[in-house]
Design a protein around this ligand. Sequence first.
Ligand code: B12
Ligand code: SF4
Ligand code: SF4
Length: 383
Amino acid sequence: MPTVDELARIAREHGIEHVGVAPATVLGRARTALYERRDQGLAAGMGFTYHNPDRSTDPGRAVAGARSIVVAARSYLTDDEPPRPPGVQARVARYAWVDHYTPLRVGLRAMARRLRAADHRAVAYADDNAIVDREAAHRAGLGWFGKNANLLVSGAGSWFVLGCVITTAPLPAVTGVAADGCGTCSRCLDACPTGAIVAPGVIDANRCLAWVLQRPGAIPVALRAAVQDRLYGCDDCQEACPPTLHLGRRHRRPLDDDARPWVDVLDLLAADDAALLERHGSWYIAGRDPRWLRRNALVILGNTAPPGHRDVHDVLARYAAGDDAVLAEHARWAQDELASRATTAGAAGTAGAAVAIRLRGVIEHVPGDRFGDTAASGEVGPP
Ligand code: B12
Ligand code: SF4
Ligand code: SF4
């Protein structure tokens, strides 16, 4: 049987910085949380690990006879941040600038191969409905649960994607979990633009912009201003996090040539389905239907485009008259926003003023209209 050090060495060769081992027992706390939060409506129609909590929290259902979970964390913080290009640009959350899950899986599979070579069963999982990654990482001693619900790797912060190998090998598991590093800090709660962190470590997905931008259907009007320029994902609760900001710098990787932190909004709205899926195919897009990206882009135009811009005017008019009712409604909303901004620009001077007014007292609770995914088993994501 390989030692944990040998597995960690294999992981490092594949750019995975942190490895820990947890016993492959049922993840009881995660199971309880999944049921409770689903019952409380906090899952907002998500499937994924919520679809079958018993399965997602039992490593033995993934790999019969499982004894150990080898958990891995791979940093996605980059050395450089490309400047925002000119034009109306949409922001992409850091973890989605490039596909970090593929290289993570390559490293996990290399570890799994080593375990299989020693006659153990071993299967790699990353961002898969088969297992709740953060809870496994916490049990493996990799880090602590931040109040923003992210797993902060001890001494390195939360800019990490997580995955694991579930195996029948009886590897030595860590004893005890990592110390809490949040202390009295609560910056992430204040920084969340929609108040989605409803208690320390508890996210209301109805309001979490990461899910609001991924789920199918209309974006609730009360949340549209908070979307600002976000196309996919949200980083605010991590960008506000002191340990993540300061410690994250220890693990940075070069900026990939393919990194896509900004997306030109007018270009996106002109592209066809095939082009959008080719560009953004590694993202979780509900039903693989790029209209949800277009919906987000229309909201971004309403929030950030300069009023009176000819191309913006034309694209909104086209979508408003189109036969997709959801997109037409979002386009009309954006037209109204730009019109009201043009009117108030002279007086108040900024779009920011209008946004601030609409955000004031933001939404105690956005109804959990269950038009979202009710995930088929085996569905992967969202990250
Ligand atoms: C569903 C899902 C989402 C949903 C719901 C998020 C959520 N908090 O559950 C949405 C779409 C909103 C989402 C958003 C994001 N996600 Co996500 N998501 C998942 C997925 C598929 C399942 C998560 C899950 O099962 N949650 C279940 C709930 C019950 O777990 P939880 O919120 O973590 O709850 C725990 C804590 O509350 C803790 N706890 C209990 N008591 C207490 C008490 C205190 C005081 C504290 C602090 C904690 C605590 O125990 C609970 C159970 O473990 C995982 C992949 C996977 N297979 O695990 C990725 C995953 C969690 N997501 C990930 C990422 C990167 C993100 C985003 C950062 C992406 C982005 N930039 O937009 C955001 C972060 C939002 C946030 N603040 O959580 C990473 C997290 C990496 C990390 N270092 O933590 C994962 C692990 C994917 C991966 N394999 O890398 N995600
Ligand atoms: S990802 Fe954004 S919306 Fe979701 S909890 Fe964090 S700050 Fe709030
Ligand atoms: S911002 Fe503060 S409270 Fe929130 S996760 Fe980071 S350290 Fe913890």
